[in-house]
Design a protein around this ligand. Structure first.
Ligand code: SF4
Length: 362
């Protein structure tokens, strides 16, 4: 399995919580950026068949129809395997029938919308510029052409759990098969941080997490990763590849690739990227780091890590590792059907487990 991530850093407006690699949309920059992106793909992609493509950002849908057509024509040079998954991220306010038709014509088969909340007050705090009617109108429009649709939600912006209940209920009303639910993180250099916004209490955050997980489960969604829920068959293949520590190319500003056991990070400096100086750093990962990453990423999945697959990959015995034995003894981890997984009680507090794994002898 191998994926491709393509980063489109342009946004029409900068959200108050965002620390992603992004800049304000400018049509001159878009044109130059697509020139560099095309060159990067031509230079670095070796023509092999790709299982998943994910165009993320930024806001890919902030590009106008002409620019999107050009972007997708560049990406169309990538060879896709049978049963591929091809996702594009969109904002609610920047989607229309022309763009949907362009997506369809290039074989995109999954749309991921940044919704974050249906609540007017929460959208104002986060700096999102859609309203509830726009979410319903544009997702119902998209549903006429695509069945594999996901939305992102952010909870824990205020301590009012009724907002979370209402957001989940509206997600269920949309009748789409996938949702990612993230607790708000107040990152440095964001407006929320500068405005000194506080985190809500951890108890309420946990209550919200449990409410989301229980309600979605009751409604037939599989909780398959800490923050991700899907109807059966709609789990994100692209993200699963990340959690399986699989191989992927990353093209575009700030994108990361993982190829030949090497983590390759692209520059986040737009001027350099436009001069075709893509690379920032390249770090080879030895077996110890690879095993550590397999564990750290694999334990994010609710089913956990396939013990036989790990043992075969490394010609090793996972259950003989001191750190694994100790985490099993302490009840943080458990074994079920040949999978090593996080105990349900600790999924929410997984950082405690990950901190113990990092730097341990594997
Ligand atoms: S749309 Fe996404 S990438 Fe752009 S500013 Fe908002 S959160 Fe950041």
């Amino acid at each position: 399995m191998i994926g491709v991530y393509i980063h489109i850093p342009f946004c029409k407006k900068i959200c108050n919580y965002c620390d992603f690699c992004k800049i304000l949309y400018d049509s001159d920059y878009v044109s130059k950026y697509l020139d560099s992106l095309e060159k990067e793909i031509n230079e670095r992609y070796n023509g092999e068949k790709i299982d998943t493509i994910y165009i993320g950002g930024g806001t890919p849908s902030s590009l106008d129809s002409f620019e999107l057509d050009r972007l997708l024509s560049i990406v169309s040079k990538i060879n896709l395997a049978d049963n591929y998954e091809y996702t594009i991220e969109c904002n609610i306010e920047s989607i229309d029938i022309d763009k949907i038709n362009i997506f369809k014509s290039y074989g995109i088969n999954r749309i991921s919308f940044g919704v974050e909340s249906f609540d007017k007050n929460i959208c104002k705090i986060l700096g999102r510029c859609h309203d509830e009617d726009m979410v319903f109108d544009n997702i119902y429009l998209t549903k006429k052409y695509f069945d594999n649709i996901s939305i992102d939600l952010i909870y824990g912006v205020t301590e009012d759990i009724n907002v979370v209940k209402s957001d989940i209920s509206k997600f269920l009303e949309l009748g789409i098969p996938h949702v990612s639910c993230y607790s708000l993180i107040i990152e440095e250099n964001t407006k929320l941080y500068i405005d000194k916004r506080d985190y809500i209490s951890q108890d309420i955050d946990k209550e919200m997490y449990d409410y989301i997980a229980d309600t979605l489960k009751k409604n037939g969604y599989i909780h398959y990763e800490i923050s991700n829920y899907a109807k059966d068959g709609y789990q994100s293949k692209h993200n699963m590849n990340y959690w399986l520590n699989g191989r992927y190319y990353g093209f575009g500003l700030g994108a990361v690739s993982y190829l030949d056991n090497t983590r390759i990070s692209n520059t986040k400096n737009m001027s350099k990227y436009l001069k075709n100086e893509y690379l920032d750093k390249s770090e080879y990962e030895d077996v110890q780091i690879r095993k550590e990453n397999d564990l750290i990423l694999g334990l994010r999945m609710i089913n956990g890590i396939n013990i036989d697959a790990f043992n075969q990959k490394y010609n090793d015995n996972l259950l003989e590792k001191e750190i694994v034995k100790s985490l099993l003894n302490e009840g943080y981890l458990e074994i079920s059907n040949n999978y090593l997984k996080c105990n349900k009680e600790f999924i929410y507090l997984q950082n405690i487990i990950l901190e113990k794994i990092i730097g341990s002898q594997l």
